[in-house]
Each structure stands twice: as structure tokens, then as C-alpha cells.
Design a protein around this ligand. Structure first.
Ligand SMILES: [Zn+2]
Length: 403
């Protein structure tokens, strides 16, 4: 195995198990480059905290102590809520981000934070059972000031500007709360599960979100506003008019390619459309007007994404959100413009595809980001001390084997 340069901090040793899965003591020594005594100390602490568990039956084979360990995914759970403009998905996730129990609700985000978040909490309470909760992750379809846990001037979330989402959940659950832009959360899930360090996630629903994940981390920019391609200027023909956008500007990509814009255009054609679900239904039925508009939306998106591809050279562009259910009708327009407008080198290894994680990509990413936060170098001590009372008693044989 390749040696990684890590500090001897307990969180860095734990991170090896989160990244590599099951490891022996020797594996940890080889990968980390740390001394045997340091590794033994860290493994003992992690085992006592219930964060790693012996594997491979070491304890039961004639009293021989286990020397292989794995991250204890079931040590606690994360409550995750992926909130969209017209509904949300909530899940109880294990510490690897895998949803254990989940639910969907229809909700109108314009009803405001108090109403929507209370619905989320009601769902959390139905799902969590007796599980020990270590953190809450909340995704929203708008720009997020990450450190403060607030949305700032969200175009499709009227009434949510600067609402203290983290504080609202924190007062109810008394655990760390992470608030994240929904497309960023999706980018993290896609990157971790595909092992890709450079990708763009596009969430296409009522609005347009994009998450940039490069060199192994979310690209946030200075204030958390990076990557908001929905409100960059659309590339339009000479005769096209500049349509007003929900952000207050004109001519934005979202004003031509967002779900709300497509709904507007289909209503103008006297079609019965209430939102993105109806657009998907019409496209699947082969409706000519809906298919034409979605294909054209794909081209507008493709022009915007092409610039990102030229600037950032991603390995993947992963599409999720309800509009992604239009599949090839949408993807063909995106693909056409990307390949027209970028250099062969930038697209040589590029994969453009819809998410394999389906509707749970958002909650998975939120759980992973929340686990990162509570188990990082700055937080792991506080996390462990606040949950010291619920630690499972470590097996004596396993601990003895670490000496
Ligand atoms: Zn706009």
C-alpha cells in the first residue's frame, strides 16, 4: 500500500479506516508511516471510543487477539435532509453516509423555513427510532454561507434569506449541524463513491445548482458563492430576448433552462403543467413541445457547462435532480454544446452521465460532509467526550491485542 503523509492525530488515523476500509495494524503502520507504538495507542483509543471494531473473528479463534479493524459505521447515525423547491428527502444514515431509513415529502419551499423545517423534524422523529444521533446535515437549493449555516439571498427560497437553519436544528438536537448547498453535497457523494477527485455535479430541478469538487474538496470560493452557473449569462442567438430571472437579473441560464422557466414556457403553450414532475411526464410521453424545450434547455446548460469544462477540466459531469429524469432528451443538448465549445484535451476523458445514486445522492453527501465535520481534527475530541456515555464497552481481548 502507498504511504500517506499523515499527522499522528487520532482523526487522521481514523480517516485511514474511512478511506481504505478494513486494515490490520501492520497496514496502518505501512500506510501512515507512524511508529508501531503510536499506531497501537491510536488504535486503542479509537477502539475504546467505539469508532473501530475488530473484524475477521480474531477474538473468537482460541483467544488470539484480533489484529484487523474496520470503521464502526453503526456507532451512531446522522440525520440528513435534502430540501428542494417542491419537496424534501430525509434519511437516517450510518457514519459511511448510507441511508438506513428514508422518506420523501412534498412541500412548497415558499411556505418559509419554520413550516418546512418542522416537517423535516417530524420526519426525523418518525425515522430515527432509538438511534444515537451525532449530527444533522441539511441541504438547501441556494447559496450557503457555510461557516454560519445560513442561506444568503436564495432566488427560489423566498423568506429564507439569512434564516439560522443550523441554530434551528441545533436547539432541538444539541449536536453539530451542517448546512450545505444541495449541489455541493451531491458533488461530495459522487466523488467519494466513484473515487474521483475532479467533478462537477449539476442539480437540475426547479432551479439549477452546480457543485464543483476539485483536487479532493468542494470549491467554495471566498464566500461560498462559487459555481453558481444558473445565474451566469446564457449564450443566446441575436434575436433572443433577455428574459427576467428569479434572482432579479435578466438573461440568466436559469431563466431559459431551469424547471420554473420550462414550466412558464409550457404554460404559454396552453399545456397543463404545475412543475418539473409534469415536464418529465410530458417528455416521457413523447410530447413534441416539451421535448423540444428540454432539448433546447440542454443546449443552454451545455454552453454554460462548456466554459466550466474549459476552465476546470473535470473527469465527470454528474447530473441529478428531477429534470435529470428526462435522460437523453436533456443530456444530448448538454453533450452537443460541450463538445462543440471545448478543446479535445479537456474532453478526452470526460464522462457526462446521470447519477447512479438516484434520489438519495443528496442525503448521502450531506451525511458524509457532517461526518467529516464531527470527526475532523478540531472536533473529534468534543464529539467523543459528548458521547462518552453511550460508548459500547470494548472487548477485553481486542484491547489486550493492541498492547
Ligand atoms: Zn438569475
Amino acid at each position: 500500500m502507498k504511504t500517506q503523509v499523515i499527522s499522528s492525530h487520532i482523526s487522521d488515523v481514523l480517516a485511514l479506516f474511512r478511506e481504505h476500509g478494513e486494515l490490520s495494524r501492520t497496514d496502518v503502520i505501512e500506510i501512515s508511516g507512524l511508529s508501531r507504538s503510536t499506531v497501537n495507542q491510536r488504535l486503542t483509543s479509537l477502539h475504546e471510543a467505539g469508532l473501530i471494531t475488530p473484524v475477521g473473528g480474531g477474538e473468537s479463534t482460541g483467544g488470539r487477539p484480533s489484529s484487523r479493524f474496520a470503521f464502526a459505521l453503526d456507532r451512531a447515525v446522522i440525520l440528513a435532509a435534502d430540501i428542494g423547491a417542491s419537496g424534501f428527502t430525509v434519511a437516517v444514515c450510518d457514519l459511511a453516509g448510507t441511508p438506513l431509513r428514508e422518506a420523501n415529502r412534498t412541500v412548497n419551499v415558499w411556505e418559509g423555513p419554520e413550516r418546512v423545517l418542522q416537517d423535516v423534524v417530524d420526519c426525523f422523529e418518525e425515522l430515527r427510532g432509538t438511534a444515537i444521533v451525532w449530527g444533522v446535515g441539511v441541504g438547501v437549493p441556494g447559496p450557503v454561507e457555510f461557516k454560519a449555516g445560513r442561506v444568503v439571498n436564495p432566488p427560489i427560497m423566498t423568506g429564507w434569506d439569512r434564516f439560522d437553519i443550523a441554530g434551528w436544528f441545533g436547539s432541538r438536537y444539541r449536536v453539530p449541524v451542517v448546512v450545505e448547498n444541495d449541489a455541493n453535497a451531491r458533488a461530495v457523494a459522487e466523488a467519494r463513491l466513484s473515487g474521483s477527485d475532479n467533478l462537477i455535479s449539476l442539480k437540475l430541478g426547479t432551479g439549477i445548482g452546480s457543485g464543483l469538487f476539485f483536487n479532493g474538496q468542494i470549491v467554495r470560493g471566498n464566500d461560498g458563492a462559487a459555481g453558481d452557473i444558473g445565474h451566469t449569462r446564457a449564450v443566446l442567438g441575436d434575436e433572443a430576448s433577455l428574459l427576467p430571472c428569479q434572482c432579479g437579473n435578466v438573461g440568466c441560464v436559469e431563466a431559459y433552462a431551469g424547471g420554473w422557466a420550462l414550466t412558464r414556457d409550457l404554460l404559454a403553450l396552453d399545456m397543463e403543467v404545475a412543475g418539473v414532475a409534469d415536464i418529465v411526464r410530458l417528455v416521457r410521453q413523447g410530447n413534441i413541445d416539451a421535448s423540444r424545450l428540454v432539448r433546447q434547455a440542454g443546449r443552454v446548460l451545455g454552453d454554460a457547462v462548456a466554459d466550466l469544462v474549459s476552465i476546470l477540466n473535470p473527469a465527470q459531469i454528474v447530473i441529478s435532480g428531477q429534470l435529470a429524469e428526462c435522460e437523453e432528451v436533456l443530456l444530448s443538448g448538454i453533450r452537443e454544446r460541450i463538445y462543440q465549445r471545448t478543446s479535445p484535451l479537456a474532453t478526452r476523458n470526460l464522462r457526462l452521465h446521470t447519477s447512479d445514486l438516484g434520489e438519495f445522492v443528496g442525503v448521502t453527501g450531506l451525511a458524509l460532509i457532517t461526518v467529516d465535520r464531527i470527526l475532523d481534527t478540531d472536533s473529534i475530541d468534543a464529539t467523543l467526550s459528548s458521547h462518552a456515555g453511550d460508548v459500547p464497552s470494548p472487548g477485553a481481548a481486542a484491547v489486550a491485542g493492541l498492547g
